[in-house]
Ligand binder design. Structure first.
Ligand SMILES: [Zn+2]
Length: 307
């Protein structure tokens, strides 16, 4: 019965049926999930679940079928820091049944101005474990898979193929090229976010439904040309904004509702409270998502992965 959760995904209208079918994901949502989900519309939701999700069950776009789809979904969040904190917490609160947390770092005091899922008592603890504890204390419906190591060319395909949607909550360019290539190969939709100072950006990439990250940024900038938050800082509420939007995009992808941010880059300027959207076209010659893609495997040593 698990597969029935996504069985009518193509019927949910709009982009998802088409793009997800092209992306080969229809019928895979929920597959392999540890959670047993009853058939569409006849689910045996527990009484406490009816109450926990009451406000979102009232949403016409969600309802019981949508909630069952969320409970059967698997989302990987790469990075359990400033973006990963709100993304993981909102995905957990919404009842996304399986969350993968990928992070090889430990909680440091300088993280806590923005990485709000970690507490002072977690200093020195592995971030992936601290994040898992936060998720589990928020919602016991969620099964957390802890990956206590960074995403790397050697593990990216095997790790990410277990998920339906990937959230890029990393803080470095190399990881983004790696996520992009792995997700393009696996045809898994992913949501990019990044922040610096008071600004942020957001984009959703679904192969067949718009450009990929390499279409936007064919090559990384020269080493040192773009500073990171360690050099120029970031205000914690900024990754709060972008990470929450990433969770929203992931939920939309799972439910097949609304319009995902494909083909556009959303720019957020915190000091002016401004949102700007920039259209971006797919590059037919793109090595990852073009008509004749050259990147058909993720291999260590590709220089973009070290950017
Ligand atoms: Zn591309």
């Amino acid at each position: 019965m698990v597969n029935s959760v996504a069985g009518d995904a193509a019927g949910l209208g709009g982009w998802r049926g088409e793009s997800m079918r092209r992306a080969g994901r229809v019928g895979q949502v929920g597959e392999g999930s540890e959670r047993h989900v009853e058939g569409e519309g006849c689910g045996a939701m527990r009484g406490d679940q009816e109450e926990r999700y009451e406000r979102q069950l009232r949403l016409r776009e969600l309802g019981r079928a949508g909630q069952e789809r969320l409970l059967a979904a698997r989302v990987a969040v790469v990075g359990a820091g400033g973006l990963g904190s709100p993304a993981l917490l909102y995905l957990a609160a919404a009842g996304v049944g399986t969350l993968g947390v990928v992070d090889g770092d430990r909680v440091e005091l300088s993280n806590l101005n923005r990485q709000i899922m970690h507490r002072t008592a977690a200093l020195g603890r592995a971030k992936a474990e601290s994040a898992a504890a936060a998720v589990e204390s928020l919602n016991p419906d969620v099964s957390v898979r802890v990956h206590r190591h960074p995403l790397a060319p050697e593990n990216a395909i095997e790790l990410l193929r277990e998920y339906d949607v990937v959230v890029d909550a990393t803080d470095n360019l190399g990881s983004r090229y790696l996520i992009n290539d792995a997700c393009a190969i696996l045809r898994i939709p992913w949501v990019h976010g990044s922040v610096l100072r008071f600004d942020g950006q957001l984009a959703t990439f679904v192969r067949g439904a718009g450009p990929c990250y390499r279409c936007l940024f064919p090559a990384p900038p020269a080493p040192g040309a773009v500073p990171g938050t360690a050099e120029v800082g970031v205000l914690g509420a900024v990754p709060g904004v972008i990470g929450a939007l990433q969770a929203l995009e992931a939920v939309k992808l799972i439910l097949g509702v609304g319009t995902p941010l494909c083909g556009e880059l959303l720019l957020f300027g915190g000091l002016g409270a401004e949102f700007t959207r920039v259209r971006v076209a797919r590059n037919p010659s793109c090595p990852a998502c073009g008509d004749e893609p050259q990147i058909t495997a993720v291999t260590a040593g590709r220089p973009e992965y070290d950017a």
